[in-house]
Design a protein around this ligand. Structure first.
Ligand code: NAD
Length: 468
């Protein structure tokens, strides 16, 4: 007990304040603003990721049994791509943008100068513990900030690896890792930051935002919610099913913010859809998915209990049409499909964040859009159709962080698109140039000389001057 107490005070408010003070001094020296410093730090993240790829894969395996392929494609490669793009584009991102000035102040010129915000905090989640910790750091560094990153304690192997690697590779006068849970994060949140980027659930999102209020600190909130996938008939069902299965179970076994949370289709089409999904599940993960090496496990016993509670609710357990097997000793739950669960069940009212996929049936596929709109705005929404009118209606009428037509989750890998939520699924966005912008201030600058000074705006005022 004594050790635990000692551990919990090892990083408290005093330590957090001292660390922020040091980082402010380093930031104040101007070193993070130089192009050379930014490039050197981005290259170090790139090198670190490359040289320690196997250790990263092992840490992700230890935290989540994440399949090596997924670790590489969905975490390592995406992080490296972010660094490569930032290194390639940094000069142009940093360049002031000349804009038109106003004839009212002729002669003059105007430009927008991007400047770093200062010392920023990144708090990250456990499900993509490498990517969601370091991808915002890439943006923060590219924009010239000092940064503290707090990885998730629910992915302890990745958290300690990040602490070690960033300690070894980065300029620690400006880039720090703080490991820990609620106590440590709370100590960090008491400090004054110039921006807080938080990835995680809405409940804690509210805590982060409330603490930011004290110092009027801007926040980037990357949250989640229930991402719907609408499936129309008359499509290539095999391709659609593969893309749904890989977006749901091939993304950390459903523990992904953009994984389809539930599906909507017509009563008539539902049986065909279920059969097609079952076929692809068998093809991808075999007849005994609890043994599959291509599926992540559930992160911990609390989340396992949360998920099995959703499944065991009265009126829900009888609706399983595929899967449902589980193994507490290995924290595994098989890909599970449910058909027509009650709308007021827990599973339809909470973000599932796991391998359970309820299918809701509607009379007409268009009715799906009204159903989606009864909930909070999702982080992502998906539509499978060949119908042009339906696509247009979807894009026009469904509000979500992002939409994908005829695929799932792929939008997060497109760096020219902003990634973020809307409404309760998040605030602000990042990825690619949007990451640079998320951690920059666009400073408005006007240049004037002394010639051509007109007296119109100088007192004594006469309305007649306005007609000149
Ligand atoms: P988590 O449990 O790892 O928590 C996230 C962070 O919040 C951690 O660093 C944790 O230490 C901190 N935290 C927890 N409780 C706190 C408290 N009381 N005060 C201060 N800090 C606290 O992760 P999670 O929340 O379970 O993550 C899953 C959620 O994140 C889902 O809702 C998912 O949709 C969302 N998510 C969103 C994105 C995105 O990019 N939009 C990415 C991944 C996950």
């Amino acid at each position: 007990m004594a050790t635990k107490e000692l551990q919990s005070v090892a990083f408290g408010s005093k330590e957090a304040a001292a660390m922020v003070k040091e980082l402010r001094e380093s930031y104040g020296s101007g070193k993070t603003r130089s192009y050379e410093w930014r490039v050197s730090q981005l290259k170090n993240i790139e090198k670190m990721t490359e040289y320690h790829e196997q250790e990263i894969i092992e840490a992700l395996r230890s935290d989540l049994s994440k399949p090596e392929f997924e670790s590489y494609i969905q975490e390592i490669a995406l992080l490296k791509n972010s660094c490569t793009l930032a290194l390639k584009e940094l000069k142009s991102w940093m360049k002031p943008e000349k804009v038109k000035s106003s004839p009212v102040i002729f002669p003059s010129s105007a430009e927008i100068v991007p400047e770093p915000l200062g010392v920023v905090l990144v708090i990250s989640a456990w499900n993509y513990p490498l990517l969601v910790a370091l991808d915002p750091v890439v943006g923060a560094i590219a924009a010239g900030n000092a940064v503290v990153v707090k990885p998730s304690e629910l992915a302890p192997a990745t958290s300690s690896l990040l602490a070690k690697l960033l300690g070894d590779y980065m300029d620690n006068s400006c880039v720090r890792v703080v490991e820990g849970a609620v106590a440590e994060t709370s100590a960090l949140l008491e400090q004054k930051w110039d921006k807080i980027c938080y990835t995680g659930n809405r409940r804690v999102g509210r805590i982060v935002m409330a603490s930011a209020v004290k110092h009027l600190t801007p926040v980037l909130l990357e949250l989640g919610g229930k991402c719907p996938a609408v499936v129309d008939s008359g499509i290539d069902l095999q391709v659609a099913s593969r893309r749904i299965v890989v977006g749901k179970w091939g993304s950390n076994n459903g523990q992904a913010c953009v994984a389809p949370d539930y599906m909507l289709t017509t009563k008539d089409f539902a049986p065909q859809l279920v059969e097609a999904l079952k076929r692809e599940l068998d093809n991808f993960f075999g007849k005994n998915p609890l043994q599959s090496k291509d599926l992540s496990r559930i992160v911990n016993s609390n989340h396992y209990a949360r998920l099995t509670k959703l499944l065991d609710e009265e009126d829900v357990s009888g609706k399983i049409v595929h899967g449902g097997e589980r193994d507490l000793s290995n924290l595994r739950i098989a890909p599970t499909i449910l058909l027509d669960v009650p709308q007021d069940s827990l599973i339809m009212n909470e973000e599932i964040f796991g391998p359970l996929l309820p299918i809701v049936t509607v009379d007409k596929v268009e009715d799906s859009f009204d159903l989606i709109k009864t909930g909070t705005k999702p982080l992502a929404a998906y539509l499978f159709t060949n119908n042009k009118k339906l696509k247009d209606q979807f894009v026009r009428s469904v509000s979500a962080g992002g939409l994908v037509i005829n695929d799932t989750i792929v939008h997060l890998a497109v760096a020219s698109l902003p990634f973020g939520g809307v409404g309760e699924s998040g605030m602000g966005a990042y990825h690619g140039k949007f990451s640079f912008e998320a951690f920059s201030h666009k400073k408005a600058v006007i240049y004037r000389g002394f010639a051509g000074d007109i007296s119109v705006r100088y007192p004594p005022y006469t309305m007649g001057k306005l007609s000149l």
